[in-house]
Design a binder for this molecule. Structure first.
Ligand code: S3P
Length: 450
């Protein structure tokens, strides 16, 4: 839904210890993929633990518009009656993906090799983001795209009537681009090959295999080579969505910077392609125990026990780790502000084309809260002020970006003065229960400034 309601100002202030169990919602990436692959499968796919954030609800609505029957049975419990690979019908209206780059890019891929036409749009944030990164490879299949200048939405995709398979090396580390190409390859005859020089989240490959597609992943000199055989008969699945490590990052990081905290975050995905934040926090000296490791829904999961120590040190995150923590840099920069010493985040230029320019949004807000920051196109450096050292006392601009909003609210829990955000509304795109969940742990965060 692109219509953005009135801004929801929010404020967080220094809080007592955070204690208790934080049951964060289902993984956003896996939720989108479960709906889309369910829609491309004949028969009924059942999903449990689906994230009911606005991004995913928009993808559910889009799948209905392409002809699938998508039904909610209870909290997180959904079913998709799919139409099969190549079975999408032409939507009667514009597809509105709201705030979601993942939604729009994956759906463009999924429809690009079916002879139908669809027009996509989104909110003011999504309409600024580059779509050329998916329409270039989709054109190799035979699809056509017409959008605004710079490859921006609104954009119309004319699906290929006679698709050909593609061999494509992804030029930027992007799971969305990789996934768009793989989903397009589903309805192309023969083998579609996607090569990524740096590994990105692998949920699409895992889930394609789970739905019965012939997909092979090889580590070669040129990178990760993924080979998909087109036009499979996908088999309906039961998908148990694990909890989102990117959402877990907020209570986890809050517990690491609020004195006396001790929390448990159960059932979080520990997929190695999503694990960079946790690797980094351990390097900083964080006390995080990964208890009860197990497999759920084809993903490794664990219960995270997180305790405050007050001894975090700044670190350097290497460029090769960036893809595995790409959504976590905003909240890492908050932890860095509360750590002792300097944290250098390298290879992070993709942050500039997320829901906002996240390097700029974090740098400006951290500076307003009294923290010294340096940045260049590809790097963010935060000079930590140590436990209790962050002044706070500012209102930070969110730029329609959920993770920027949650990051500054986490900062407010540990700063000397309250930290406000101009709009907490976008939090509902990925973490609709953020506010009650954090309050339940003892966080003093509330709607409306003051
Ligand atoms: C996602 C991929 C990443 C990430 C986004 C979710 C996905 O985007 O930032 O939140 O589900 O494939 P990029 O592909 O642009 O890196």
């Amino acid at each position: 839904m692109s219509a953005h309601a009135e801004p929801v100002p929010m404020t967080a202030r220094a809080s007592g210890p955070l204690r208790g169990v934080a049951e964060v919602p289902g993984d956003k990436s896996i939720s989108h993929r479960a709906l889309i692959l369910g829609a491309m499968t004949v028969g009924e796919t059942r999903i449990t633990g689906l994230l009911e954030g606005q991004d995913v609800l928009d993808t559910a609505a889009a799948m209905r518009a392409f002809g699938a029957t998508v039904t909610r049975h209870g909290p997180g419990e959904w079913s998709v009656q799919g139409v099969g690979v190549g079975g999408f019908s032409e939507p009667a209206d514009v597809i509105d993906c709201g705030n979601s780059g993942t939604g729009v890019r994956l759906i463009m891929g999924a429809m690009a090799t079916t002879p139908i036409t669809a027009t996509f749009t989104g909110d003011a944030s999504l309409r600024k983001r580059p779509m050329g990164r998916v329409t270039v490879p989709l054109s190799l299949f035979g699809a056509q795209a017409v959008g605004r200048a710079g490859g921006r939405l609104p954009m119309t995709i004319v699906g290929a009537a006679d698709p050909v398979p593609v061999r494509y090396t992804v030029p930027v580390p992007s799971a969305q681009v990789k996934s768009a190409v793989l989903l397009a390859g589903l309805n192309a005859p023969g083998q579609t090959v996607v090569i990524e020089r740096e590994a990105t989240r692998d949920h699409t490959e895992r889930m394609l295999a789970g739905f019965g597609a012939d997909v092979r992943v090889e580590e070669m000199a040129e990178g990760r080579v993924i080979t998909l055989t087109g036009q499979p008969d996908l088999r309906p699945q039961t998908v148990a969505v694990p909890r989102d490590p990117s959402s877990a990052a907020f209570p986890v990081c809050a517990a690491l910077i609020v004195p006396g905290s001790d929390i448990l975050v159960p059932g979080v995905s520990r997929n190695p392609t999503r694990d960079g934040l946790y690797v980094t926090l351990l390097e900083m000296g964080a006390d995080i125990a990964f208890e009860n490791p197990r497999e759920e829904g084809g993903e490794p999961v664990a219960d995270l026990r997180v305790r405050y120590t007050g001894t975090l040190q700044g670190v350097e995150t290497p460029p090769h780790r960036a893809a595995s923590m790409i959504d976590e840099f905003p909240v890492l920069s908050v932890v860095a502000a509360c750590a002792t010493g300097t944290t250098v985040m390298r290879g992070v230029k993709e942050l500039r084309v997320k829901e906002s320019d996240r390097i700029d949004a974090m740098a400006r807000g951290l500076e307003a809260c009294g923290i010294r920051v340096e940045e260049d196109e590809d790097t963010l450096i935060v000079h930590g002020l140590g436990p209790g050292g962050v002044p706070g006392g500012a209102t930070c601009a969110v730029h329609l970006d959920h993770r920027i909003a949650m990051s500054f609210l986490v900062l407010g829990l540990a700063a000397r003065n309250p930290v406000s955000v101009d709009d907490g509304g976008p939090i509902a795109t990925s973490f609709p229960v953020f506010e009650p969940l954090m309050q339940g742990l003892g966080a003093a965060l509330h709607r409306s400034a003051g």
